[in-house]
Design a protein around this ligand. Structure first.
Ligand SMILES: Cc1cc2nc3c(=O)[nH]c(=O)nc-3n(C[C@H](O)[C@H](O)[C@H](O)COP(=O)(O)OP(=O)(O)OC[C@H]3O[C@@H](n4cnc5c(N)ncnc54)[C@H](O)[C@@H]3O)c2cc1C
Length: 459
């Protein structure tokens, strides 16, 4: 049986950057990458080619295949240790900043644009002051925007640069992590094939988070709790948010609500973008995209509230799915509501939406009443934050503003990890979104580099 030095499960940014770094540190490392999806050219998401909403394919080309969830993402590289993950728990700030700059350099070297948003410090400071006067904290961050359409090209360039240097098996799903005496020894695939290696990096992303959690439980690893994020996607005319997005492409604004003292934040802002439906774990949720070559007249962003549940409840993923499922039940999918209708205590109708000033970019949604779906606490939080946002970008809190629900972000149960992201099983490392250490491209990529550097030292 062929022996590898390292087996990487998952060809998303976490896995890819681990492979890049291993080769940079030790070019003769025998690396096998296992990916349950297809190669980049063979990945076809109906949403991307036919511009329709999610077709709920049995195997999701949006999330699986070379590039992972990154391939069809907006490619917004957020260059901040405070955003897109929790690596600051493992690495000190200055080391994390240099790791971020390092992976960013690889993205640029592979075709990501040179342009950085959020670079003008004076303008940023002015906006941050205005925000803080209105109880909003503007998180400093620079953003490089690749765009959904260019992401594929960048990932293909990376793929070509690794070609012939590593072995990659597509349509191969890891079923079991093989261990011998509490030490990683390889991976068994769903078809029964056994593959041996000295090290394993599990980087299965959101798509494989359930699998990793199951494996972690089987291997008796300690699991730490993560929150669930629940909220709505807001859609407004792009010019209204322009005073903010022209300074910082993807503003991260954090607000603490007065009534419940909950932390509410903007997430995934898409200037001139489109709202999309997403099929996740059997339910329809909402998301947003922006393209570098195709622009709508609207901007969309999520407003999310994070909740850490306490004893005895410990099923945050189930809770989020339940809420999104409730919207699906009432709306046969995603519900859209005008803010004015929500305030007036009535459902939105197709007619009222058509008469409104914001034309929905997601046509496949049902006008309805989100107050039947979203708990009072979250609704209060969201409405308070819309009021605060209106003070820095007048018009956000207009009656015409559209709210789509429910947007839910699930985070995987986090296995206990060392500073090098090694699990309690020797030589088994975990990286990326599936391990709960990242929530975005940059930190997922950095986590792969961290694991690879430690492995390279031991090889
Ligand atoms: C629509 C969308 C837009 C996004 N936009 C942005 C953005 O603009 N900026 C940003 O920073 N982030 C964005 N993200 C998030 C970003 O894509 C992820 O944070 C990032 O891709 C995570 O990288 P990863 O390597 O951890 O996992 P993933 O990219 O999810 O890759 C994991 C891979 O592992 C494979 N896999 C899973 N289980 C197994 C198994 N058992 N065997 C074999 N293979 C397996 C999966 O098929 C997948 O290809 C977006 C995500 C989505 C879905």
């Amino acid at each position: 049986m062929k022996q590898y030095d390292v087996i990487i499960v998952g060809a998303g940014p976490g896995g890819i950057f681990a492979a890049i770094e291993l080769l940079r540190r030790k070019e003769d490392t025998r690396i096998l990458m296992i990916e349950k999806g297809k190669d980049i050219d063979k990945r076809v998401c109906p949403m991307a080619i036919r511009e329709i909403s999610c077709a709920a394919c049995p195997e999701c080309a949006l999330l699986s295949g070379w590039g992972g969830a990154g391939a069809y993402s907006d490619g917004k590289l957020t260059l901040s240790p405070e955003i897109g993950g929790s690596l600051s728990r493992y690495v000190d700030e200055s080391a994390l900043n240099s790791l971020i700059a390092y992976v960013d350099g690889i993205y640029v070297g592979s075709g990501a644009p040179e342009k950085l948003y959020g670079g003008d410090e004076e303008e940023f400071a002015r906006l941050a002051d205005l925000a803080s006067g209105n109880r909003l904290h503007l998180v400093p961050s620079k953003i490089r925007h690749i765009g959904t359409d260019k992401c594929k090209i960048v990932l293909k360039n990376i793929r070509d640069s690794l070609s012939g240097k590593i072995e990659i098996r597509f349509n191969a799903e890891a079923e079991r992590i093989i261990t011998v005496k509490k030490r990683a020894a390889g991976v068994r695939l769903r078809d029964g094939t056994k593959l041996c290696s000295g090290f394993v990096i599990a980087a299965p992303g959101r798509e494989g988070s359930r699998w990793l959690e199951k494996e972690a439980k089987r291997l008796q690893l300690t699991l730490l709790k993560n929150p669930v994020d629940v909220g709505v996607r807001v859609e407004i005319p792009a010019h209204i948010f322009e005073p903010v997005t022209k300074i910082i492409y993807e503003p991260k604004l954090v607000f603490h609500s007065e009534k419940f003292n909950d932390r509410v934040r903007t997430f995934c802002v898409n200037p001139y973008g489109e709202v999309v439906k997403e099929y996740l774990k059997g339910i329809w949720t909402v998301n947003g995209h922006s393209y570098s070559g195709r622009k709508s007249t609207n901007t969309n962003f999520a407003l999310l509230v994070s909740t850490f549940f306490t004893e005895p409840f410990n099923e945050p993923i189930l809770y989020g799915s339940y809420l999104a499922g409730l919207a699906n039940l009432l709306g046969k999918g995603v519900i859209v509501q005008r803010l004015g209708d929500l305030h007036s205590g009535r459902r939105s109708t197709r007619e009222r939406i058509t008469k409104g000033e914001v034309k929905p970019t997601l046509s496949d949604s049902t006008p309805g009443d989100l107050s039947f779906v979203i708990p009072y606490r979250y609704l209060c939080d969201i409405l308070e934050m819309l009021e605060a946002l209106d003070r820095i970008a007048p018009g956000v809190n207009s009656e015409h503003t559209l709210l789509y629900g429910v947007e839910v972000k699930f985070y995987s149960m986090l296995p206990k990890l060392t500073k090098s992201l090694e699990t309690e099983i020797e030589n088994l490392f975990a990286a990326g979104d599936g391990a709960g250490v990242s929530r975005g491209l940059i930190q997922a990529s950095v986590s792969g580099v961290i694991a690879a550097r430690e492995i390279a030292k031991r090889l």
